[in-house]
Structures are given as C-alpha cells and as structure tokens.
Design a protein. Structure first.
Length: 358
C-alpha cells in the first residue's frame, strides 16, 4: 500500500482511540453540540479504521503462511493461504482507497440549475429548452421535484434564460459535473437549405446553501428593486409589483424572480439563488487556484469551457473532458443521463485516488 495512504490510516487509528476516550467521558453530554460532532466523526472514521485493521490482520496471515511454507510438508497448504491472503489484501486496499476519498459536503444538497442561451440566436434558445427538458426528465426519473424560479422565454420557443430548483437527495452529487458550455450541431427548423448549424448554451449547477447565514450578506451591499411582472401569469401578477430584483453590489451579481404571485416569496427565492451564486463564485475561484497546481480530469469548472457536444445528424453525444462518445442522443435528451453521470463520477474518483497517493 502507498506510504502516504498508510500514514493517513495510522492517523485515523490514533484519532479513533482519542474519540472513544472523549466519548466515554462522564462530562461529554454537558455540551450536546460537541457530543454530536464527535459522535458523527467517530461514526465516519470507525468503519475505515476497522477495514484498516482487517488489512493489517491479512498482512500478518500472509506473513505467517510464508513462514509456514519453509516446511516442505506444509508448502502446498501455505501457497494456497498466501494466494488467498494476497487476493484479500488487494480487495481491502481498493475498498480502503474508496473510503478515504474526500467527501463533498454539498453532495446531498438540492441544486439550482441555470441554463442560458449563448451563440446561435434562436437555435440556441431552442436548444436551451431542450436541455431544460433533458434535466427535468432526468429529475423525474430520480423522483426529484423541480421548481421554476424564473424564466425568459424566446419568441420562437425555448428560453433565453431559465433558472430552476431541483429538490432531491443526491441531486448535486449526480449533476455537479454538468456546469459548462454545451454545444449543439443540427439542422435548425428555420433552415431551408438543410445546413447544419452550431449553437451553444451555458449550464450552471449550484448547490443550495442550507442557511443564508452560511454566507454573511451586508444589507448595505444589497440593492432590492420591485417591479411589475411581465408575461403570462394572470391579472393579479401583472397588476402588482410582485417581481423582485436583487443586486449584490460587491460582486455585481443580479438575481430576478417574478414567477410567484407573492413579492415576499419572490424575494425569498431570489435571495436563495443569490446566496447560491455567491457561494458558487467563491468555490470556482478556489478551484481555479487549485487547478493551477493540478488540472482536474473533469475540467476546471470554467463556465466558458466547452464540455460537451450534441451532434444530432450523427446521433452522438461527446463529453470532451473524458473523451466519452455515446451514440444514444435520443435517450439522453429524454433524460437518460445515468451512464454519462456515472462515467464522470468514475473519472473524478480516479483523479482523487491519484492525488491521494501522492
């Protein structure tokens, strides 16, 4: 086993002993918050240390079998024990590496999905509508809920921009690698000569921040405007100033919400999106710094980075980050993203394992 991984496992073993000592203290429940924190840490590293002890025991068993093999009468039995022991060691090592992979604290969170039309005019707006339907169908397959926060429809169909909230366990873990530039190659419905056009949209996946207090917002740095909602929505929504626009002055991030009838609800939704965008900006800045040291297999997370091409004439989808091409465009556009998402997660884990061994 890699020396760095072994050192990490030894540290966890020492830490588990310390946690058990602290949790057995008579005064530990005096501070329930601290007690829960220590108990949670103990529950997290306990199985890893137990697996490490099993690995150490298997190492001892192999060594004993090797010593036994010196006796000619026992060699056949010893060789079989050594083979079994080494196979078990290999299996435990793989499982230990998986257990040691750093956990993303956002993996189980709900997400905000933002899709914006880019180059390509009307065709880009139509493609943004297709992408939104793809993610909505995927959410349905996962039995997740989807709520539209705001939308700016195109005259020909699709969206200039749409923001939605996807509510479901593990939503971020499965869709977090969708952020980036999505390119489409197809013959637009408006094309009379059958020429293939190339258009693009940008997708942003941001985890919902559980509490607004996670990001400290200074009210003096917020400009909140209310205005009359436009578009469909009935007489009430068009006659009252229910739409809300919030501008975060330090970052110049602007969020608008006008889909709800209640100004209060629109403001709350806009504030949630704003907090998620600020957290996302902070995360991307941090990732950019890390990427300067080591480029991730899954990409830098830069929104301008082209991550995927959807080629309709050839019926294929190519993810450029992992050089994966799938000839099942109809199924994928209907929300069958499981194979694509699993491949991206696998590559991410491979990258994490490489970093773990350094």
């Amino acid at each position: 086993m890699n020396i760095n991984i072994t050192a990490r496992l030894e540290q966890l073993s020492v830490r588990l002993k310390e946690l058990n000592r602290l949790l057995s203290s008579e005064t530990i429940t005096a501070d329930l918050s601290n007690y829960r924190k220590l108990a949670r840490e103990c529950a997290e590293i306990g199985p890893v240390v137990e697996l490490y002890h099993a690995y150490q025991q298997s190492e001892r068993d192999v060594k004993t079998a090797q010593e036994m093999g010196v006796d000619l009468e026992m060699r056949e039995f010893a060789d079989a024990e050594i083979r079994d022991g080494k196979e078990k060691l290999s299996q435990i090592e793989v499982e230990l590496q998986k257990q040691l992979l750093p956990k993303d604290p956002n993996d189980e969170r709900n997400i905000f999905l933002e899709i914006r039309a880019g180059t390509g005019g009307d065709e880009s707006a139509l493609f943004s509508g297709d992408l939104f339907r793809m993610y909505a169908r995927f959410a349905e397959r996962q039995h997740w809920q989807i709520e539209i926060i705001s939308q700016s429809s195109s005259e020909v169909g699709g969206y200039k921009e749409i923001i939605a909230k996807i509510i479901g366990q593990g939503a971020y873990s499965k869709l977090k690698f969708e952020s980036g530039g999505h390119r489409v190659q197809r013959v637009p419905t408006t094309e009379t000569q059958g020429r293939i056009h190339t258009s693009a949209c940008t997708v942003a996946i941001m985890p919902e921040v559980s509490e607004i207090t996670d990001i400290i917002l200074n009210p003096a740095e917020l400009r909140i405007d209310t205005y009359r909602a436009s578009g469909a929505g009935g007489q009430h929504i068009n006659k009252t100033d229910s739409a809300v626009r919030i501008t975060h002055l330090p970052t110049n991030i602007v969020v608008e919400c006008q889909d709800g009838r209640s100004q209060h609800k629109n403001k709350a939704q806009a504030m949630s999106v704003l907090v998620a965008r600020i957290r996302d900006k902070q995360t991307r800045e941090q990732q950019t710094k890390q990427a300067a040291i080591r480029k991730s297999l899954i990409g830098s997370g830069d929104r301008s980075e082209r991550i995927r091409t959807y080629n309709f004439p050839q019926g294929r989808i190519t993810d450029h980050r992992i050089n994966l091409t799938l000839y099942k465009i109809d199924q994928i556009m209907d929300g069958d993203l499981s194979e694509l998402c699993a491949a991206l997660v696998s590559e991410h884990h491979a990258e994490q394992l490489a970093m773990l061994g350094e």
